[in-house]
Design a binder for this molecule. Structure first.
Ligand SMILES: Nc1ncnc2c1ncn2[C@@H]1O[C@H](COP(=O)(O)OP(=O)(O)OP(=O)(O)O)[C@@H](O)[C@H]1O
Length: 754
């Protein structure tokens, strides 16, 4: 084959299928696909809408000939995913290209990294976004190294051939794909993220939603509304249904409106798009309607777009992924070492509390890293989030301790302690500056200032949203929460008073593995303090659980009882949930003697389940609760279990899940937030992660992490810990006592090395 040609709609439709490696041999269609026709003309395969009647629509042409885009077999499914995202960023407003793909743009040429980093980072994928002045998109080459655009072979002969036969393809009737060419593509009922397709939007609304979900979906646009519920109560689904229903209603009433859907991660954008596309029969999700415009974005995308970072060549450092956080941890460690080695700093900070002094010297000598984790959390939740800087007014207030500070944050008792943290932060920012980069939190700070500027005031009525939907609000920092209402167009009531912003937000504070929801420096510790413009919002609570079995719900209820109390008035309810699913097995706990036996047993077990389970390996996840163990196992697994697992190391590339085949998922709880699996192996729920005397903050974050990871399981939850790291954590004691978690003996181990 020389090329494949798709319309934007058929290309996006590929997202609803599960595609594996064999598909790339014949490019077939599954048997029951009734919307797309597949036609082969000459050496070119066309995927077109069945109802398409003319050839003047935009198409995406993918070169399969010389320098072909799918020339590297192991990574081609991942490359297809990148082509879909690139096309989405061009033809819809639903995504933009993630910064980590290292996009380069000149005139009508665009290049991105061809594959995620685990396949290597050098190869580049090249697009022509207006070949021969058309509205088409041509993915014309994949090269193993970076080549200047002026030296590229444009392969326009392939594009011309594809276009020449397009009319012929439109006129040709659909030919069912022969049996032998159908391999590698299946139309699965379940989306990779767990959502079960089948019911239409109307069916969901009229007969499946619970009374509370429907109450939320029916809310008018006259003020902010919160949707709160434990994991798996259908928050995301209710938001998407409301988003779509309200948009369809506005479109049919000819009301011009701009709808925004904001999330915290690219993975959630992907989830929302997939559910939306599966429910939407009107096509609003694929392209804006005549009156209505839909945008699904991460907050960072939006900030990026408005702040024009591309022009400044500044690359924001994502601290959401494991890689970014490792770098941040290394920078902080370097700073702690610098400070330990400097006589001046030694004298300056001789008065820090003995406890911090001791942990400082442990961290500087590469031992106990807990101080680093605490400092990282302090940066993310307070200093970067609130724009507190040493030497500035906010910094002084921080140092003097005049601003109120939630009790569960890092314990900084004295002014010397706080000045010490400010100094680490100052030096850390200096290092970042030298790397010509800035952290995402710093970017958000700039975005917040931009939204207060006169410039935004001018364009707000054009670029702002009429209504905004926000998922996973618990991951938003207090500055991010302050941003939301500024994104809404300014509207006034008939009597001249400003209208309350129509913002619909879903959250579950207990799923936050960092203290981002802390409100610092504002007398009001409420989640929606006055500065957010969201006070007094209405609340809808969800209590029925649709993701997991009653046994898992019971375990989560016992885990919940171990959360330390948190001073956020009205937001820290006890876990309540009634599971709607059938019974399953009771979650179990295995304590292994050491890391080697834990790793090899769990990975072998996960591999076995992944091979046999209906729906493939993507239904099985091994989630690691410890940072360092995750890094170690990532390396060990690449040698010992090659091709058997799919690593997810940031909140970005979840769409790869579709192509997991028989590979199981290996990740950490925070990177799979929002997703669900049949079976979850949650590893390293170890005592050493959060000892009894570790302080409320550390314990709360650890329990949140375990709650987040456990609640991803639908049917089977298997927890493990290891003796060499202190044995099982005491946070499991209540569940063990109440028998909602059962301990089993580890299998006799064969020795392997890590
Ligand atoms: N009324 C319902 N009937 C049947 N299934 C439902 C209903 N509501 C939600 N679900 C299903 O429950 C699962 C969990 O839903 P969803 O992901 O929206 O929950 P969530 O509250 O956002 O969870 P989390 O906070 O863990 O991300 C999904 O598979 C969804 O399709």
């Amino acid at each position: 084959m020389k090329a494949i040609v798709l319309t934007p709609k058929t290309l996006f439709r590929l997202n609803q299928f599960s595609i594996s490696d064999e598909w790339f041999n014949h490019f077939g269609l599954p048997e029951h696909e009734n919307n797309i026709k597949r036609v082969v003309v000459g050496n070119i395969v066309y995927f077109l809408e069945r109802e398409l009647e003319s050839d003047d629509c935009p198409v995406i042409v993918i070169n399969l000939g010389a320098e072909g885009v799918f020339s590297d077999a192991p990574s081609r499914a991942a490359t297809l995913e990148r082509i879909i995202t690139t096309a989405r960023s061009i033809y819809t407003d639903s995504v933009s290209i993630p910064t980590s793909w290292r996009k380069h743009h000149e005139g009508s040429f665009l290049s991105i990294q061809a594959t995620p980093r685990n396949y290597g980072w050098r190869a580049r994928l090249h697009f022509n976004i207006r070949p021969r002045g058309s509205k088409d998109l041509f993915a014309f080459s994949r090269l193993d190294d970076t080549v200047a655009f002026s030296n590229l072979d444009l392969h326009l002969d392939i594009y011309d051939a594809a276009k020449a036969d397009l009319a012929q393809a439109v006129l040709t009737a659909h030919e069912p794909t022969p049996m032998e060419s159908r391999a590698g593509i299946t139309l699965s009922q379940r989306l990779p993220q767990g959502f079960i397709q089948g019911a239409t939007l109307d069916q969901w609304y009229t007969s499946k939603l619970t009374v509370e979900q429907r109450q939320f979906v029916d809310k008018p646009h006259d003020g902010p509304v919160r949707l709160r519920g434990s994991a798996g109560t259908g928050k995301t689904l209710s938001l998407v249904i409301k988003f779509l229903r309200d948009a369809i209603a506005a479109e049919s009433d000819h009301r011009p409106m701009k709808f925004g859907f904001l999330t915290h991660s690219f993975a959630s954008v992907d989830l929302v798009n997939s559910i939306g596309e599966s429910l939407d029969t009107t096509g609003l999700f694929y392209a804006s309607g005549k009156n209505v415009k839909l945008e699904v974005r991460t907050l960072y995308d939006l900030a990026h777009k408005h702040l024009n970072f591309e022009l400044d060549q500044l690359i924001p450092l994502s601290l959401d992924g494991r890689e970014g956080r490792r770098l941040q941890s290394e920078l902080i460690e370097t700073v702690l070492r610098e400070l330990a080695n400097s006589n001046i700093a030694g004298a300056q900070f001789q008065d820090v509390s003995p406890d911090i002094k001791q942990r400082w010297s442990a961290a500087a000598s590469g031992g106990d890293k807990r101080l680093i984790a605490e400092v990282m959390n302090e940066f993310a939740s307070v200093l970067d989030a609130e724009g507190v800087r040493s030497g500035e007014e906010k910094g002084e207030r921080y140092a003097k301790g005049t601003a109120p500070r939630p009790a569960w944050l890092m314990q900084l008792h004295t002014e010397a302690d706080r000045r010490f943290v400010l100094e680490i932060h100052r030096r850390y920012r200096k290092h970042l500056g030298e790397m010509n980069t800035l952290s995402v939190d710093q970017m958000i700070g700039d975005f917040n200032s931009f939204l207060d500027s006169n410039r935004w005031d001018r364009i707000r009525s054009r670029d702002g949203y009429d209504v905004l939907f926000v998922d996973e609000l618990h991951l938003f920092t207090s500055v991010e929460r302050q941003i939301l209402h500024k994104l809404i167009k300014r509207n006034v009531e008939e009597d001249g008073r400003p209208k309350r912003p129509a913002i619909f937000m879903a959250y579950d504070l207990k799923q936050s593995p960092r203290d981002t929801f802390a409100t610092y420096g504002d007398g009001d510790q409420n989640l929606f303090s006055a500065s957010t413009g969201l006070q007094g919002s209405e609340l809808v609570k969800l209590e029925r659980i649709f993701r997991y079995t009653p046994q898992i719900a019971e375990f989560l209820a016992d885990l919940d009882a171990t959360f330390p109390a948190i001073d956020i008035p009205g937001e820290w309810d006890a876990y309540s949930g009634k599971a709607e699913l059938e019974s399953g097995s009771v979650p179990d706990l295995t304590v292994f003697p050491d890391e080697v036996s834990l790793f090899s047993t769990v990975f072998n077990d996960a591999h076995k389940v992944a091979r046999s389970i209906h729906g493939g390996g993507r239904r099985v996840a091994v989630l690691c609760a410890g940072d360092d163990q995750f890094d170690t196992y990532l390396i060990a697994a690449s040698g010992q279990f090659p091709g058997k697992y799919l690593p997810i190391t940031s909140r970005e590339p979840s769409s790869e899940l579709r192509h997991a085949g028989k590979r199981f998922i290996f990740s950490m709880p925070e990177y799979v937030a929002g997703l669900q699996f049949d079976t979850v192996f949650l590893i390293h729920v170890d005592a050493s992660e959060a000892t009894l005397d570790a302080g409320d903050g550390i314990r709360r974050r650890f329990i949140s992490n375990i709650y987040l990871g456990s609640s991803r399981a639908e049917k089977t939850l298997r927890i493990s810990a290891c003796m060499s790291r202190g044995g099982k954590s005491d946070i499991l004691d209540m569940a063990l006592d109440r028998k909602s978690l059962i301990e089993t003996a580890p299998p006799p181990g064969k020795k392997r090395r890590l």
